[in-house]
Design a protein around this ligand. Structure first.
Ligand code: AP5
Length: 215
């Protein structure tokens, strides 16, 4: 399965990708997680990306292209992958097409997780993430068993710096201005599948099943 998960911030891309790799296999490649890892380790790439991320803006394509090319050229990607957060604009989609073309690979399906802006703001206000393993929680409906402690690794659970309402609104505006252009791009390529992302996580996961509609 080679899948792109598309959708606004907070649509559930990371949540669904993590569940899908456990259930169906393939590797989860999240551009946001890779960037946050670089910021945490204070790498040159992380230092260059940090100011854009804190402001809810896109990191420059030059930084993203190099990082994603290096990741997608690793051997573990060949059997299958789920891309989360990349591509994010037309230039990135074209770069991905040309890289996969060089590798003799293609995308099977692009899943668009659809949700309203108000639901996103509510969800992201309650999101908490593990600072060690990246596990995703929510104070509403999916909290940790012990407050502030990750159920999976015992790491401390925090609120992401870009999950404050003003930055969430900026990220949403950017999504509507740039990333949503990819809907038409992948619709034209006959790859787009739309899923209502406002329902329960299990029902959404069932829609990602590779056996469904020949993914
Ligand atoms: P990134 O990390 O990609 O953030 P994002 O796209 O804004 O997406 P999120 O991680 O906020 O949301 P998600 O859809 O994964 O939702 P989640 O599953 O966590 O990017 C961060 C920044 O990095 C960007 O702003 C940019 O600066 C930079 N960047 C990254 N990629 C880039 C690129 N390609 N080019 C340039 N810059 C780039 O779920 C959210 C919450 O909802 C959680 O609490 C979860 O528990 C809950 N939830 C999920 N599903 C459900 C459900 N069905 N019902 C109820 N609650 C649910």
């Amino acid at each position: 399965m080679r899948m792109i998960l598309l959708g606004p911030p907070g649509a559930g891309k990371g949540t669904q990708a993590e569940a899908a790799v456990k259930r169906f296999g393939a590797v989860h490649i999240s551009s946001g997680d890779m960037l946050r890892e670089n910021v945490k380790s204070r790498t040159e790439l992380g230092l260059a990306a940090e100011k854009y991320m804190n402001a809810g803006q896109l990191v420059t394509d030059g930084i993203i292209f190099g990082m994603m090319r290096e990741r997608l050229e690793r051997d573990d990607v060949r059997p299958g992958f789920i891309l989360d957060g990349f591509p994010r604009n037309i230039a990135q989609a074209e770069e991905l097409d040309s890289l996969l073309n060089e590798m003799g690979l293609g995308i099977d399906v692009v899943v668009l997780l659809e949700i309203s802006d108000d639901a996103v703001v509510a969800r992201l206000g309650g999101r908490r993430v593990c600072s060690v393993c990246g596990a995703i929680y929510n104070v509403v409906g999916h909290s940790t068993k012990k407050e502030g402690v990750c159920d999976l690794c015992g790491g401390s659970v925090i609120q992401r710096g870009d999950d404050v309402e003003s930055v969430i609104r900026d990220r949403l505006a950017l999504y509507h201005a740039k990333t949503s252009q990819l809907v038409e791009y992948y619709e034209r390529a006959g790859l787009l599948r739309r899923i209502d992302a406002s329902g329960p996580t299990d029902a959404i996961l069932a829609c990602l099943d590779p056996q469904r509609d020949g993914v």
